[in-house]
Design a protein around this ligand. Sequence first.
Ligand code: PLP
Length: 385
Amino acid sequence: MVMRQNFLPYNQPDIGDEEIRAVTQVLRSGWLTRGPVTQQFEQTLQDLLEVPYVVAVSSCTAALHLALVLHNVGPGDEVVTTPMTFVASINAILETGATPVLVDINPVTGNINLDAAKAAINEKTRAILPVHYGGLPVDMAALIALRDRYGLAIIEDAAHALGARYEGRNIGSFGNVACFSFYATKNITTGEGGALSLTDPDLVQKARTMSLHGLSRQAWNRYSSGGTWAYDVTMLGFKYNMTDIQAALGLTQLARLGDMQKKRRALAFRYHEKLSRLPLKLPTEPSFTDHAWHLYAVRLDRNKTSARRNTVIQDLARHAIGTSVHFIPVYRFTYYQDRFGWRPEDFPMTEAFYETELSLPLYPSMTIQDVDDVAQALATSLTGG
Ligand SMILES: Cc1ncc(COP(=O)(O)O)c(C=O)c1O
């Protein structure tokens, strides 16, 4: 039985000398907050996603909130979404005054069940907010059919989906607003950060203005040479801008995204190979999609094992292997239960998924040997050998 000498964390950001150099350069430049480097980051991400517009902001949570506000979602409106997400998705809806309506998930993918979403649509429904769980795209064809049939806004929570593709197109380029996260654990990081990809030019200027208090001119335009001190406030906005410090980190990470994604994919494939004979349900990648491999989320196969998920997690910890669980479904939290009366029994697919799920270590600086160690520790926990 292999016992690792050093702890294998569940996640680790991949920060090298290039990142440190780029951030240091901004720190020495005399301009720290949103300015030319953020603009460059937006342009680079735009090119990479093959979308007309990107607006960089302070987090994916901010992006989701902004996206909903841009679509005038507010009190009295309903937004259909998934319980298999981080609370950020729900809180962004609640911050607008709208009501989140949860529907169950597809038990294979972990993504929102779009038939259930369709059944939840009524005259109050203004938007659907799907999550590309773990980096696996939702069924975009079905989602777009719903959008076009019911005239709903689609706000994609693409926190996990940088690098994901559906029928050869990047997630973020389907004519909806997609919201990305550059939080420390994500496929690229800016420490904290996020972005909206948009295709509707009417929304772009509003998104930029709203991300900085509704000011008619960003500080950079006012303080650079030839700038003027005057500005107007043309709408109510938020303090959601990205900084050039974050953008410098992000630009360096974006330059390495292709390479980092290749590594994630290779590690995921090694997991597939090593885990295929264990009593586990492994993540799937239909042929018409490219998974972003943000998570490698496995589930215990209840037809083949009675092992408890929490015991397996403890066993892996004893082998010096970190894991996580994605997600504790949002209806399980006290605040939402008290407010909306949500009950686990109303979401049987999500419950079954949650009870059996664990996310294995997956990040570009891991080695094939690390994957093999995880696989061996899992085999020991599940089959005793
Ligand atoms: C599915 C999902 N949505 C939204 C978020 C929020 O992202 P951020 O931390 O950038 O606000 C996260 C972050 O973990 C997430 O996993």
